[in-house]
Every structure is written in structure tokens, then in C-alpha cells.
Design a binder for this molecule. Structure first.
Ligand code: FAD
Length: 258
């Protein structure tokens, strides 16, 4: 299988850097092909702007979605974007590997998503009508591929528990797992989260590595998070609200998981 690791940490000797190296080796030793997009090492341009289309003429009004669609359809995207899209196409599984910074992914990785996820590739796909609202949330160009987050946090596990001060980790990761990954079609595996990183010594590091290794060994047979498919019958279309008999009386992110 082909695995793409998209990795964001500025220091190769960090915990994230060590775990990323470990993942690459573990996957390759198991016979998988691995590519790594090491965003800091690549000096990845994070900000989406008019320069992302090689056809943009200075002075034209820049419409990010329309420019993305036009550039994607006509082979006019900048080379760094097209190269990442080719890796995504190649991959059977994608791992986003990052430290939690301000309750989300580092800006450089958010910029990777914004620029690489072109109109026509990750959104704006499929028929929009009274019966369907595009190929998204369970359908789309990345359907059939798997995705998983590997995330480290400074906070304790309890800080991210259902009544923890930071909010539940599943809620904090919802915009990434349900939005960035499930929306364009990935099957999203439960995240691998390492908490309280400042307390990691050699013994704890060995435990973390073993646990991560097991998750990687089971990348192909771990059950995905059972998000509800948009066009699977649970939602009214085109309102895209849950039907009254689905999770009655419940609200919040959790209702979108079966
Ligand atoms: C801008 C910013 C925003 C942040 N926002 C949040 C937030 O919203 N929520 C939150 O919870 N935290 C937050 N943090 C903390 C952040 O999530 C952690 O600092 C990060 O996850 C630690 O990962 P690291 O790779 O940088 O670890 P490192 O600092 O590199 O390492 C952590 C520990 O692991 C040990 N270690 C590293 N490599 C090895 C190895 N090979 N063998 C044995 N031990 C090793 C180190 O000795 C160290 O003790 C933030 C930090 C920053 C800088």
C-alpha cells in the first residue's frame, strides 16, 4: 500500500520528528511505500494567494475558489500544489502528523490543506440538486482512501476528556477529521494522540512508540469513525439537517457519528 505522511514540525530532533521517522521505518519494514511531505523542510508556502495560479494576471480581482477551479481544470496550478495533489492521488492512506498548536494544526499544515485541496478535487465535486448535495461527507475524490491523525499535545488527557477544560479531543479534532478528511471522502480512522508531552522520558517514549507501531500495523483493518454519510439517508436535502428520527433530542458534533 502507498502511504503519504504530511508532517509539520520545525525541528527534526523533536518528539514529532522522532515519531515521524519511526512511522516511516515501521511502514516501510512492513512492505509499504511511503512518501513524506515534510512541510517545514520543504519551506512550504502556507498562504493561499493569487500566485497559486500561474495564469493570474496582476490587477485582476482574485477570487480564491474560481481561480482554484480554473487552475485545477486547466493545468495552471503552481508546481508545488500539483506535486502534492499527485502524492494524494498516489496514496492509499494519508497520515497528518503534527503537534497541537492553539487547539488545531500548525498554520503551515492548514496552508497545505487550503492550497492543495483545489476546487474540483476536494470540493465542488458532484451533482447539486434536491436529491444530492455534491459528492462529499463520505463521497468525493478521496473515497476509498484512509486517513489518520497523529497528534501530540502539551495538555493532559484529562484536560481533553468529555468534561475537561480544553473540550473533548474528539470535538477539537472534528473540523479536521469530519471537515478536512471526511468531507472529500476519506475513511477516517480514530486519531493517535499523545498527551502531556513534557513528561515523556525514555520509558514513556518506548510505550508511545509501541502503541503507534500497533496502530500503523493495523492501518488497513482498523474500523473508521462511523461518520454519517451525507447522501446516506440520515439528512434532509438540501437543508442538510438530520432527520427528526435520527439521534432525536441530541445536538453537537457527536450527532454526526453513528
Ligand atoms: C505555538 C504553540 C501552541 C501550542 N498549543 C497547544 C494547545 O493548544 N494545546 C496543548 O495541549 N498544547 C499546546 N502546545 C504544546 C504542544 O502541543 C507540545 O509542545 C507538542 O505537542 C510537543 O511536541 P514536540 O514534538 O514539540 O515535543 P518535544 O518538545 O520535542 O518533546 C517532548 C518531550 O519528548 C521527549 N522526547 C522527544 N524525542 C524523544 C525521543 N526520541 N526519545 C525519548 N524522548 C523524546 C523530549 O525529551 C521532551 O521531554 C503548544 C505549543 C506551541 C509551541
Amino acid at each position: 500500500m502507498n502511504v503519504l505522511i504530511v508532517y509539520a514540525h520545525p525541528e527534526p530532533r523533536s518528539l514529532n520528528g522522532s515519531l515521524k521517522e519511526f512511522s516511516v521505518k515501521r511502514l516501510r519494514d512492513a512492505g509499504h511505500a511511503v512518501q513524506v511531505s515534510d512541510l517545514y523542510a520543504m519551506n512550504w508556502k502556507a498562504a493561499l494567494d493569487a500566485g497559486d495560479s500561474v495564469a493570474h494576471t496582476t490587477g485582476d480581482r482574485f477570487d480564491p475558489s474560481r481561480a482554484s477551479k480554473y487552475a485545477f481544470e486547466n493545468g495552471l496550478q503552481s508546481a508545488d500544489i500539483a506535486a502534492e495533489q499527485a502524492k494524494l492521488k498516489w496514496a492509499d492512506a494519508v497520515i497528518l502528523h503534527f503537534p497541537l498548536w492553539w487547539f488545531s494544526m500548525p498554520a503551515i499544515m492548514k496552508g497545505w490543506v487550503e492550497r492543495v485541496y483545489a476546487y474540483g478535487l476536494a470540493y465542488g465535486v458532484g451533482e447539486h440538486s434536491d436529491a444530492r448535495w455534491g459528492d462529499r461527507y463520505g463521497e468525493g475524490n478521496f473515497a476509498g482512501k484512509r486517513a489518520m491523525l497523529v497528534v501530540t499535545t502539551g495538555g493532559w488527557e484529562s484536560h481533553y476528556s468529555p468534561r475537561g477544560i480544553n473540550g473533548p479531543i474528539d470535538d477539537l479534532l472534528f473540523p479536521i477529521q469530519h471537515g478536512v478528511l471526511y468531507y472529500p471522502g476519506f475513511d477516517v480512522l480514530p486519531p493517535f494522540v499523545v498527551h502531556r508531552t513534557s513528561r515523556i522520558d525514555e520509558q514513556k517514549y518506548a510505550e508511545v512508540r509501541n502503541a503507534l507501531g500497533e496502530r500503523l500495523d493495523n492501518l488497513w483493518n482498523t474500523a473508521p469513525i462511523p461518520f454519517r454519510a451525507q447522501n446516506g439517508g440520515d439528512y434532509r436535502i438540501p437543508e442538510l439537517t438530520l432527520k427528526d428520527d435520527i439521534a432525536p433530542g441530541r445536538e453537537g458534533f457527536g450527532v454526526h457519528v453513528k
